[in-house]
Design a protein around this ligand. Structure first.
Ligand SMILES: *Cc1c(COP(=O)(O)O)cnc(C)c1O
Length: 638
């Protein structure tokens, strides 16, 4: 392997920052080397970075193919530390009289390697888990946690779920059953009597303050979760009547994910803290105030309250929570609660980077290549040739409008049978070339007319990339979420292409056509023209939700996964490779067990042999080749 530059100096060029905003969303984890390569700095030390190309070389040598999901476990360590230290700082600063306890919400990323690493890194902070289903609970029961760590059990529950939560306290966990509806209490009572255990209880309370952005629906008055004030009072009374009042230890709120505006957080916390104080004063022994998740990630790096950004830091988030709860508890004269947080996205988003390779590019017209000369016997085409020849910075608007009209004429002439295919092709080619020239001229205008910006987007190339949006960045499809996307090399080189990305599913939704931009949302991404060298694109910040929501659309499975660590000398180590799903594995989920496939194919071969379409040798060879194919990668291999 090529000797790696140990000290990577940051790129002096402004291109990577101006165009791709690396320093804005990179958060110290991502940078650009002097050679124009994307770098990762898992400990946030600017001197301890590695170029992605070096990592990709290592994988190529190991015959691990793109696309990849690259994991940097040390980023998880760094995030866990910073998150908890942020709360420790606030608690010290405001002289807060109780502790902070974090739990990781498993739905954000259930991958065992991720959750285990988080629990390990969070051991000294007694970091725990939050689960929302039986399956997440079952996984949590097997994981090593600090004996003092909390196991917060949310979600809609049946008896089996409740039973296992209660049993978990017998085997060393600290579960809290968070009730989401009144009927939970009745069930809890029954199960508790049956297993002879008194569980610690919490109540999820619906608050009126909502989140902001794409995920705001999970909070607020009409949220599907939690009890409103009337139900809360009923529930408290029922708890008292059933002698469960003393078990009621936690109040829980969650106003939604990716809260973009810090003011929303403050307002919600104020409301939550008041509810806590009032319930305390009613004599219930609540000791934990669980503020849920919501801490956002600055995906576009703009530090604003726009959908894919946040206008606050982790420290400000902690400060506002601790300060607000403290103030309210003092004014209400109640003891301050232990603050429980369930932040997921902000803890894991940075640790995973998806990398795909560009397979080919398409552009409207012929992408600039000259078409072979054909005899022009159409007046319209001849006029377009003149437009193409004479268009200049002074007349381009007018000429472009003429070209639009000519193009319509071409279309009618063709439909009426007056134009041959050669002339039609020639006309189309001229049209797109005129558009390209017009765009170029329009760029020098002080006030560029909107239509040329739109035209530029229409003319954007399509970069076909070896991946599935549905599997690897599902939120770009489902929620129009934006992730930063950039090439891993050539970052010092001025890009010449405007492109949207298409995946290899046969679904027209399988594309990305919105990109992060400091001020706006870009409809096309600036990229380089692809030569004979492989061209890789990185999609950072995909460590939260994308894996858990990813789906096998078109039977494209999980990507090859590689875990990289960086040692004290700043050298990368490939810690682990997890092969992406094979054809056989994805087919199982659609009801084709491998054995059934092999037998079915065997019968087809026998049939073909009986009809003497293939020989016995061919049959054997095909059978082996089929099996090997079932074991291969679902993505393009060449
Ligand atoms: C999804 C969820 C979280 C995690 O939210 P993030 O915004 O990812 O931190 C926390 N708590 C509950 C109850 C959730 O449903």
């Amino acid at each position: 392997m090529k000797e790696l530059t140990q000290v990577l100096r940051m790129s002096p060029s402004e291109i990577p920052h101006r165009i791709y905003g690396v320093e804005n969303w990179g958060a110290g984890y991502f940078g650009v080397s002097e050679q124009g390569c994307l770098t990762v700095h898992p400990t946030r030390n600017p001197l301890m970075g590695v170029e992605f190309v070096a990592l990709l070389q290592t994988l190529a040598q190991r015959k691990v193919r793109a696309p990849y999901l690259l994991r940097f476990p040390q980023i998880l360590d760094t995030q866990i530390k910073e998150f908890h230290e942020a709360f420790r700082n606030s608690i010290a600063e405001y002289n807060y009289g109780a502790r902070h306890r974090g739990v990781f919400p498993m739905k954000v990323n259930q991958k065992r390697s991720v959750v285990e690493r988080l629990l390990e890194a969070g051991h000294r902070y007694e970091y725990g888990l939050e689960v929302g289903t039986k399956a997440e609970l079952a996984a949590a029961l097997t994981l090593k946690m600090h004996p003092g760590a909390l196991l917060v059990c949310n979600g809609v529950k049946d008896r089996r779920y409740l039973e296992w939560v209660m049993i978990s306290s017998k085997i060393g966990k600290n579960p809290v059953i968070v009730m989401e509806e009144m009927s939970d209490l009745k069930k809890i009572l029954e199960v508790s009597n049956a297993v002879q255990m008194s569980p610690t209880l919490g109540v999820r309370v619906r608050i009126l303050s909502r989140g902001t952005g794409k995920w705001e629906e999970s909070g607020g008055e009409t949220s599907k979760f939690g009890l409103n004030t009337i139900q809360l009072l009923d529930c408290l009374k029922l708890a008292s009547d059933s002698h469960l009042a003393q078990q009621l230890k936690m109040l829980h709120f969650h106003i939604g994910s990716q809260i973009t505006d810090i003011r929303r957080i403050k307002t919600a916390i104020k409301e939550a803290a008041r509810v806590y104080a009032k319930v305390q004063k009613m004599g219930y022994p609540v000791a934990y105030l669980n503020v849920g998740g919501g801490l956002g990630v600055d995906y576009d790096g703009s530090r604003t309250a726009s959908d894919c950004s946040v206008n606050y830091s982790m420290q400000e988030f902690a400060n506002d929570i601790v300060y607000t709860i403290n103030e309210i508890c003092q004014s209400e004269n109640v003891p301050p609660p232990t603050i429980v947080t369930e932040s997921g996205r902000a803890v894991v988003a940075q640790h995973a980077v998806f990398v795909t390779n560009v397979i080919r590019t398409l552009s409207p017209g012929l992408g600039g290549t000259e078409i072979p000369g054909s005899r022009v016997d159409s007046e319209v085409v001849r006029e377009m040739m003149d437009l193409h020849k004479d268009i200049n910075p002074k007349n381009f608007r007018e000429y472009y409008h003429d070209a639009l009209q000519h193009r319509e004429e071409l279309q009618s002439l063709f439909n009426l049978g007056y134009l041959n295919l050669q002339n039609r092709a020639h006309g189309e080619w001229l049209f797109w070339e005129i558009c390209r020239k017009a765009i170029k001229f329009s760029k020098s205008m002080k006030q560029r007319p909107e239509e040329f910006a739109d035209l530029e987007n229409i003319l954007a190339s399509k970069f076909i990339c070896n991946f599935s949006v549905f599997q690897s960045t599902p939120d770009t499809w489902a929620l129009d979420q934006l992730f930063p996307i950039l090439p891993v090399t050539r970052l010092n080189e001025e890009p010449t292409e405007h492109a949207t990305l298409c995946d290899i599913t046969c679904d027209s939704d399988g594309q990305i056509d919105k990109f992060v931009d400091l001020r706006d949302v870009k409809q096309a991404l600036e990229l380089h023209s692809v030569n004979s060298e492989p061209y890789y694109l990185a999609i950072p910040l995909v460590g939260g939700y994308q894996e858990s929501l990813g789906m096998k659309h078109n039977l494209l499975g999980s990507a090859n996964e590689a875990h990289f660590l960086i040692d004290d000398a700043g050298r990368p180590h490939l810690d682990k490779v997890v092969r992406g799903e094979s054809l056989a594995q994805v087919l199982i989920s659609a009801g084709y067990p491998t054995q059934t496939l092999l037998e079915g194919f065997g019968q087809v071969l026998t049939g073909a042999q009986t009809q003497t379409k293939i020989t016995a040798e061919e049959k054997e060879a095909l059978s082996q080749s089929f099996e090997a194919t079932l074991n291969s990668y679902t993505y393009l291999e060449d």
